[in-house]
Design a protein around this ligand. Structure first.
Ligand code: GLP
Length: 240
């Protein structure tokens, strides 16, 4: 395994998604023990095994704050494909937090961007959980997004719409836009834990870890963060 000189990224290779969930859980537990209060949370299939570990654990989040990365524009919070709904089901219904925040997919752009950036300023993130898109997007920051962005409205790429259509009845139903925390907001977190499983993430992981830092590969900026761990299964690590 090799990595770029400037990078502080720690790589943890695990057998599979289940082992990845357990590994990520260990990091969260350590952070909780060290006093972490604000958790940046992610959606998608990748964090599911972590959320299962959290649900089954005796960790107490009742004095913690959750701030989610992103939400589809045009979906109500009670829509089964909304990220708000996903978080309730996966975590919050079982593990209540003191406060949970997620962009409001029904709110108008200007007001929502301002509101969410206000939340991020008020609650600086201690630990940020991330998945990664096959095109190396983080949150919904698609290739080409400026590294300087805070919360913003995003036009989803065709790749992302393709990848996410499995959750919807048809491709037409996949929202075309989302609100996402920006790269700058993600980089402000004290610690970042990115997880990736499966062959279809191998190229994105390779570029993230070893490639040039470029806005064409959004996750490559993580090479410049002081405290990043990437938890990958053997398939996702196969091009490292
Ligand atoms: C979505 C989310 C990302 C997530 C990515 C990968 O587009 N906005 O936060 O990391 O998909 O999803 P999955 O974990 O299902 O592969």
């Amino acid at each position: 395994m090799h990595s770029t000189e400037s990078s502080n990224i720690k790589i943890e290779v695990v057998k599979n998604k289940e082992a990845g969930g357990k590994k990520a859980f260990e990091y969260i537990k350590e952070a909780v023990n060290e006093g972490a209060k604000v958790f940046g949370l992610a959606t998608g299939s990748t964090p599911e095994t972590l959320y299962q570990e959290l649900r089954e654990s005796d960790l107490d989040f009742s004095d913690k704050i959750a701030v989610n990365l992103d939400e589809y524009i045009g979906l109500e919070a009670d829509h089964p494909q909304s990220y708000a709904y996903f978080m309730q089901e996966q975590l919050f219904d079982t593990k209540p937090f003191k406060e949970t925040h997620i962009p409001d997919g029904m709110a108008p752009e200007e007001a929502e961007v301002e509101r969410y950036n206000g939340i991020l300023e008020k609650h600086p993130i201690d630990v940020q959980i991330l998945g990664i898109g096959t095109n190396a997007h983080i949150g919904f920051n698609e290739p080409g997004t400026s590294f300087d962005t805070k919360t913003h409205k995003v036009k989803l790429t065709a790749d992302t719409i393709q990848a996410n259509k499995r959750y919807f009845e048809s491709e037409e139903e996949v929202p075309k836009h989302a609100y996402s925390m920006g790269i700058d907001s993600i980089m402000a977190a004290e610690k970042i834990i990115l997880m990736a499983y499966g062959k279809n993430k191998a190229e994105a992981i390779e570029k993230t870890v070893n490639g040039p830092v470029t806005e064409e590969v959004p996750a490559s900026i993580l090479q410049q963060h002081p405290d990043v761990v990437i938890i990958v299964d053997e398939e996702a690590a196969s091009q490292l």
